[in-house]
Design a protein around this ligand. Structure first.
Ligand SMILES: C[S@@+](CC[C@H](N)C(=O)[O-])C[C@H]1O[C@@H](n2cnc3c(N)ncnc32)[C@H](O)[C@@H]1O
Length: 301
């Protein structure tokens, strides 16, 4: 497995836009909350080394060991911690790494996680139904698929996958249980929703919904955004790249609320009134970038 992981490539999305959005400057101090394989982190470190510092987090221990190795040339100017960004504030305070000039979230899944079939994120490869970012946690996708009631499953697929056939897919799953593999689940989605040319694979939404629930993605994002603001310097930047509408809605609402008159003293100023999207060229060369949306905000006094 080691060589397979090391050879997998993750092309970071909107690198120049991230560096500009964070206003990366030489002696800067930055946190990359989703360090992954270290693509964005390396781009930041190239600008700040040897004067600045970067702290990287990832909940996936496999990603952490790859990032550490990919960033080793930056020596003691980079620290990579295996933890969940829902502990962001505690981690930064423990390491005395605050206030900071910028915080980055590049949400979702890395190409490495998708490519390593036994992680169970892809509906195109047969693997155990897993989908955990944090392989030390107990809950995985198989637990949800095999133990939730039909109504609970339908709710998950509707709420987190925006799946129109959620009830029918939930019923077929309950009839076919136990389901232990990715392809078994993908076939059920395909049987119910049918495959149509030019449309996304019917398993896409089901897999996305399960991944969101297994990893508490939306709750963790809400918690981390609140904490991120507290760690920023005056004029420090918060940059978030999201890949689906549920995440983007949370980021948009959070930034709008923190920057509006709805709160007594706004803590953020919106830098991107509209989302930033990858260039056409990037969308063509890196298909993973196609759904990316970037938002930037700045800390007020
Ligand atoms: C899109 S990848 C990041 C890729 C990275 N920017 C790069 O250039 O290599 C997202 C990463 O976030 C991590 N992740 C997801 N949820 C997390 C959480 N709650 N806490 C920490 N890391 C998380 C995943 O394990 C994954 O490695």
């Amino acid at each position: 497995m080691g060589t397979m992981v090391m050879s997998s490539v993750h092309v970071p999305v909107m690198v120049d836009e991230v560096v500009a959005g964070l206003q990366v400057q030489r002696a800067g101090k930055f946190v990359d909350c989703t360090v992954g394989l270290g693509g964005h982190a390396a781009a930041i470190l190239r600008h700040i080394f040897p004067d600045g510092d970067l702290l990287g987090l990832d909940v996936d221990c496999e990603a952490v060991s790859i990032a550490r190795s990919n960033l080793s040339m930056y020596r003691d100017k980079v620290t990579v911690v295996n933890d969940n960004f829902n502990n962001l504030e505690d981690i930064c305070r423990r390491l005395n790494f605050y206030p900071v000039d910028g915080i980055l979230f590049d949400l979702g899944i890395s190409s490495m996680q998708l490519d390593v079939s036994q992680r169970g994120f892809s509906f195109r490869r047969d693997a155990p139904l897993d989908m955990r970012f944090d392989t030390s946690q107990d809950l995985n996708a198989a637990n949800i698929v095999n133990t939730c009631s039909e109504e609970e499953l339908a709710h998950i697929f509707r709420e987190y996958g925006e799946e129109r056939y959620s009830k029918r897919i939930a019923r077929c799953i309950v009839e076919a249980r136990p389901i232990t593999n990715t392809l078994e689940l993908a076939h059920i989605a395909e049987r119910v929703a049918g495959r149509r040319r030019g449309r996304i694979h019917p398993a896409t939404r089901i897999f996305m919904a399960l991944r969101i629930v297994v990893n508490s993605e939306l709750e963790n994002l809400r918690l981390a955004l609140e904490q991120a603001v507290k760690l920023l310097h005056f004029r420090g930047r918060l940059v978030v790249i999201s890949y689906h509408s549920l995440e983007d809605r949370i980021v948009k609402e959070f930034m709008r609320c923190a920057s509006s008159g709805r709160v007594s003293s706004p803590s953020l100023k919106l830098i991107t009134k509209k989302i930033i999207r990858p260039s056409e060229e990037e969308r063509e060369t890196n298909p993973r970038s196609r759904s990316a949306k970037m938002r930037v905000a700045e800390r007020l006094e």
